[in-house]
Design a protein around this ligand. Sequence first.
Ligand code: FES
Length: 381
Amino acid sequence: MSQTLVDMLGEDAVARVAAPNGSLHRLPGLVFRDRAFLDLELNAWLARTWLFVGRGADVPEPGDAAPVPGHPYFLVRQKDGTVAGFHNACRHRGHRVLAEPCRGSKSFQCPYHFWTYGLDGRLLSAPHFTGYGKHRVPDGDPIGHGLLPVRTSQWHDWIFINIDGTAEPLQDFLAPMAAKLADVEFGKLRHFLTMHTRRINANWKICLENTMEPYHVPFVHRETAAGQPLSQHYMVEDGPVIGCAIDVPGSDFTNEPGSGAPDNLDMSARYLLRVPNLFLTSYAPDVIIDTMYLPDARDPAVSWLQQAWYTTSGRTLTPAELEAWRVLEDRVMEEDVGIMESVQQGIESVAVDDGGILSPAWETCIAAFYRNLVGELQPRE
Ligand code: FES
């Protein structure tokens, strides 16, 4: 029988996160480094909910496809304009079908024995399968031997999968996030940049912790966020939507063409996570950045990162603005990645077996994240 959350972490460690009484605590260090805990997260939580895995802008035309980083799934733009998700595993003997993003494919061919699948997943050809020169699909059943679909849905440009197919409708799942961003004109969302997929040598929860709390900002981002003093930040905790925000009156960058190139993050912002992994940063007046952290499905000490930038006013950026955003966000991310990977190294120590304590002023959002996690991983009636 598989272990429960309490079996793994102990009743006291779970209870002090689920119902804090005094100091705020993280979960024990094991949750950042243990393969069995990763399996519990993947199977008992992330497979049952909506996982943010990609963007429509990254597969804009029929036949465009992209693997989900760190996980055996891929996304494909269909001829009817929708985006479909499939298990990234050949139905013959399981070779990965798609290794890299691609554009305008007519079909997908497994590189092992060249089984070939259509954009809709059906098996088109199984070369020599029943004898030399006989390319018929097994049993004459192209769908039964086709790629296994995974439930996929889209909110604005953001694409989600629900692996076990039982989650609530995506719109309902995201309603709390939509309410927090009700002032954003998503109808004018305009994608302008996706950063390449990046491997980070840290558990995905360490990445999320760092991205949602402001405590580290004056220390780690002294220059890049010089215009966002810690004193001006406040926490956001509303059920599954958590994070922080800052109001910087009078310092919002202008949207005058050519003059909106930021040299540091001296602007009002909201940093919001809809658990488990849709992280949206809204910068006044009209920029949204998504940050996608996915746990690696095999290694608890590895995560996969992608980020994409949008305007929400329909405007395009000048080349100077685009370059300024790219340079600034690269600097911020370099600062963060170094910290996240260093935390992962420290968390291997028995000194952090209890997980550590959290600031009651600046890290209550992290405490809320773990309350959400505990709630999701407790056995259900
Ligand atoms: Fe894909 Fe054999 S494993 S064709």
